[in-house]
Design a protein. Structure first.
Length: 79
């Protein structure tokens, strides 16, 4: 069963050009409501992301190497 439209705007079928124009207008309105970070906040957030990527990469590398060594040891024991 299909849900009925909840707004009057969606009940009217617009031409493709009118629909695109309405969409762009709605996007502009929503983009004006966005709270953009300052340059400093953006730099700090970027630094946090880079540091976390490095830390997680090192962790995954260590775990991968440990599991590889354990698997090789298991293969040597069994084979």
């Amino acid at each position: 069963m299909r849900a009925e439209p909840t707004t009057e705007k969606s009940a009217v079928r617009l031409s493709p050009v009118a629909a695109l124009t309405e969409y762009v207008k709605d996007v502009r309105i929503e983009m004006s409501k966005v709270s953009w970070p300052s340059r400093k906040e953006l730099q700090e957030s970027t630094l946090v992301v880079i540091v976390m990527v490095v830390i997680v990469s090192i962790f995954i590398g260590i775990v991968d190497r440990g599991l590889s060594l354990a698997f090789e040891a298991l293969i040597r024991m069994l084979g």
